[in-house]
Design a protein around this ligand. Structure first.
Ligand code: SF4
Length: 467
């Protein structure tokens, strides 16, 4: 009797660097490759070709990307490079002449065909191996939803518009269809990302499309409302404080969108903001924050700031600290200004010396840690909703603490098992977490009520609420 052996499907290894946006690109590429019959390899050794999705935003990120390419060449030898650094093919080829192909960001067709050249696909791909909503690198219960590419602004420290081009918005019905599939496939949280979410649809003049029998404009407010109806948490990232952002606040009050805004302010001093060429820098942000919070008192605001921007004086910096004290942001990330090759800000006069940058960075972090600690402490004793990200392994019966004679040895009790999740105020990877005890009965993706028992500078600690 003879058996037919199918050819072994070619395997692709993936190294994905950079931001959530790059992760979305990686997911799209892998989904296509899986549809073409490829398998993913968890290590270099088993891969027929290694795909490195690079980040080229900061010079330090470029260096990290180059190191990752070097490692893939050393470990495997057959390497295709894609992502933001792909725009600097000459730099990559000069350092690594053996790289098989270099493609830029969003060049899905090119990168897929480069992989086809490097490791031809098997004759009979199993198309049905591809899950409904594409293959996801993020855990099943949360998903990034990219609503546009590119950016119409020209912030002086940023090279994204020169890498990714001007704003190109996706059709609202296409975004909603993708979101609906993700929710059907188990997503509990949709993270809306772009370079500037508040500008969504400007390029297509907010043109409406039909969705479920009615028109939906390509506009942040319409999109947020429709996403909210799908039944998952909806979290808005990269929102600039334009006046029309006021319209999404009532959606938070209605529970359609999470009471969370990620607004990359970058600075507060009007002089520095002007020199950064930041969008919406004239908006009266402190007043707006106050009025938003009067509608949605538990709204969490996260932001990032750059310290040591060229020309930033001690007075400018003090302005930022005072502003932060008043704004009472829930989460703050800070970066020391770093010149990015090709950015206009590099030519600005009065660079800030490194030790001053470091000192300002420490001061801003100290202040924001204190504010965060105070805000989190105010949640102790309250009951909050938590989306579970992971549940600890149950300890083996003989490793667990002595439970006395009540537990039979074969009967594992969930009391000793911890879990980690996030509240509505915490985006994955960038914000804090909620650590739970007595959580062995939970699974990732569950949304549970939690009584908060303790807090520190970043995280909350609690126990699932039972009655
Ligand atoms: S808004 Fe500014 S920082 Fe953000 S992508 Fe556009 S140019 Fe860059």
């Amino acid at each position: 009797m003879s058996t037919t052996t199918l050819p072994r499907p070619p395997r692709v290894g993936l190294v994905s660097l950079g931001c959530p946006k790059a992760l979305v690109d990686s997911e799209r590429i892998i989904t296509k490759l899986r549809a073409d019959g490829y398998q993913m390899s968890p290590d270099y050794a088993g891969a027929d070709v290694v795909l490195v999705n690079t980040c080229g935003f900061l010079d330090s990120a470029k260096e990290e990307s180059l190191e990752a390419i070097g490692e893939a060449i050393a470990e495997n030898g057959r390497v295709v490079v894609t992502g933001c650094m792909g725009n600097e093919a000459d730099v990559i080829r000069k350092r690594f002449p053996d790289v098989l192909a270099v493609t830029g960001p969003q060049q899905y067709e090119e990168v897929v065909s480069a992989v086809h050249d490097a490791a031809p696909p098997a004759a009979s791909p199993y198309l049905d191996l591809v899950p409904e909503a594409g293959l996801k690198l993020t855990p099943r219960h949360y998903s990034y939803l990219k609503i546009s590419e590119g950016c119409n602004h020209r912030c002086s420290f940023c090279i994204i518009p020169s890498i990714r081009g001007d704003l190109v918005s996706r059709r609202p019905d296409a975004i909603l269809r993708e979101a609906e599939k993700l929710v059907e496939a188990g997503t509990k949280e949709l993270l809306v990302i772009s370079q500037d979410t508040s500008a969504y649809g400007v390029d297509i003049r907010h043109q409406p499309r039909m969705w479920k029998g009615h028109e939906v404009r390509a506009h942040m407010t319409d999109l947020a409302r429709e996403l909210g109806k799908l039944g998952a948490w909806v979290r808005l990232h990269y929102v600039y404080p334009y006046p029309h952002v006021d319209q999404v606040i009532p959606l938070m009050a209605e529970g359609l969108v999470l009471p969370y805004l990620d607004i990359p302010f970058q600075h507060a001093s009007p002089k520095v903001l002007r020199s950064m060429k930041r969008p919406a820098n004239e908006a009266k942000v402190l007043e707006r924050l106050k009025s938003w919070r009067s509608i949605v008192p538990d709204m969490a605001v996260r932001s990032s700031f750059v310290v040591g921007f060229p020309g930033e004086t001690e007075e400018d910096f003090q302005y930022l600290l005072n502003w932060l004290e008043e704004a009472q942001l829930d989460r703050v990330g800070a970066f020391k200004f770093e010149p990015v090759s090709g950015a206009a800000a590099n030519d600005l006069p009065d660079p800030v010396p490194d030790e001053v940058k470091q000192e300002r960075y420490d001061r801003v972090m100290e202040l924001s840690a204190r504010i965060s600690a105070e805000k989190l402490a105010a949640k102790v004793g309250k009951t909050i909703e938590v989306l579970i990200d992971r549940v600890d392994e149950a300890p083996a019966p003989d490793e667990g603490p002595d439970r006395g004679h009540f537990d039979a040895p074969h009967h594992q009790h969930h009391h000793d098992v911890g879990a980690t999740g996030r509240s509505k105020a915490d985006a994955p990877e960038i914000d804090g977490e909620v650590h739970l005890r007595d959580a062995g009965h939970l699974s990732p993706g569950d949304i549970v009520s939690v009584r908060v028992e303790d807090s520190d500078e970043h995280d909350l600690f609690g126990v699932p609420f039972s009655g």
